[in-house]
Design a protein around this ligand. Structure first.
Ligand SMILES: NC(=O)c1ccc[n+]([C@@H]2O[C@H](COP(=O)([O-])OP(=O)(O)OC[C@H]3O[C@@H](n4cnc5c(N)ncnc54)[C@H](OP(=O)(O)O)[C@@H]3O)[C@@H](O)[C@H]2O)c1
Length: 341
């Protein structure tokens, strides 16, 4: 038996192509004292993986050429030489794009509690990185207040769909989504319960934002950046807060990022714009997971997972995020037999 891994072959320009990655086979790592061997179940496919492929400054160093693609994921402990993990534990952490990974002092995993009645894919979605990002980004970074007019870009996606639902549940006066195409916009309203959704592929987004938010946007949760952020800035309310969570429209074009024209509106309207990285909130993940698990279990939080089968299809799964081909949280199933009890 071998360990299949996906490594970075060359730095992509624009979308990743078959030449960007290599699928290789290596020996399964040997589990030493103080370590555990994990068989990978599912990979979390996140837009940030694309940024790590660039040779550019970021919050983590670029992935080296030849290295296994960095990624979080879940798996099951199949051998343990440490009291930290028991064989059979389902764990979450830095699995990277491969079938087996060692947990040690440098690469620690979190044991996922069983018996909650929430399956592994949902756990990786709502209780994983994107759910936590939505929760802390809206409530802490955005300082959400009851009665806020909230606008969310990337509204049909994993992060955006949860942001809008939390805002609605906590008393936003209006929740507006922005998404690509009529099908996604229908999903945002019908499945996720936003009040309205605007299709950014249609012309006139700036004007339409004014029509649906005549008094301006109190809280803009931005997953996209570029022209959508600029159109939202033109509509900021007095003392509006802009949460810069992501800029997916720019990740494939980092050599020539798009600047903003309407940033002077921050001055006119005394607004703020604040970026954040979810890693800074991880020590507090328990409080968010408790709240979000409650919403999943009482049925007040809709969610969907876009499952792509097979480690070898991880690069295609990453591209789905950039073409908008994903519906909900994108996950790659590496071993479908591993389940959360
Ligand atoms: N700050 C943090 O710590 C943190 C943590 C997690 C995620 N994020 C960020 O949150 C954002 C969403 O991530 P996610 O994992 O939840 O992905 P996602 O929203 O599930 O998927 C990405 C979506 O982005 C949209 N998109 C792609 N290219 C676009 C473009 N050029 N213009 C407009 N929309 C575009 C597509 O939706 P449409 O079909 O609607 O176009 C696509 O479905 C990303 O920017 C990510 O980097 C940040």
């Amino acid at each position: 038996m071998t360990n299949r891994q996906v490594t970075l072959a060359e730095r992509p320009i624009g979308m990743i192509t078959p030449a960007t990655t290599n699928l290789i086979e290596t020996e399964i790592p040997v589990c030493k004292d103080g370590e555990a061997l994990i068989k990978v179940a599912m990979l979390s496919i996140d837009p940030t993986i694309r940024t790590w492929m660039n040779d550019a400054p970021g919050y983590l160093p670029p992935i080296e050429i030849g290295a296994v693609i960095r990624s979080s994921g879940t798996g099951v402990v199949i051998e343990s030489k440490t009291p930290r993990y028991n064989v059979g534990d389902i764990v979450f952490g830095s699995t990277n794009w491969q079938e087996y990974v060692i947990a040690d002092e440098e690469n620690k995993f979190q044991v996922i509690p069983s018996g909650m009645g929430i399956d592994l894919a949902t756990t990786m979605n709502v209780l994983g990185v994107t759910g936590l990002t939505a929760y802390f980004g809206l409530l802490e970074v955005g300082e959400f207040k009851k009665g806020d007019v909230v606008v969310v870009s990337g509204a049909a996606g994993a992060t955006g769909s949860v942001v809008g639902q939390i805002a609605k549940a906590r008393g936003a006066s209006k929740v507006v989504g922005i998404a690509g195409g009529p099908e996604k916009c229908a999903e945002v309203v019908e499945k996720y319960g936003f009040d309205v959704c605007l299709d950014y592929r249609e012309p006139g987004l700036r004007k339409k934002l004014h029509e649906v938010c005549p008094k301006g946007i109190d809280l803009f949760f931005d997953n996209v950046g570029g022209i959508i952020l600029d159109d939202a800035l033109a509509n900021i309310a007095m003392h509006g807060r802009f949460v810069i969570c992501g800029a997916i429209s720019q990740y494939n074009a980092m050599e020539k990022p798009q600047g903003l024209l309407n940033h002077t509106m921050l001055i006119m309207r005394r607004g703020t714009m604040k970026g954040f990285i979810i890693l800074d909130f991880l020590p507090r993940s328990g409080e968010a997971q408790l709240a979000l698990a409650g919403m999943v279990l009482d049925g007040s939080l809709s969610h969907q997972e876009h499952l792509v089968q097979g480690l070898e299809n991880a690069p295609d799964a990453l591209n789905l995020l950039f073409s908008g081909g994903n519906h909900g949280k994108t996950l790659v199933v590496v071993d479908e037999t591993i389940k959360l009890a």
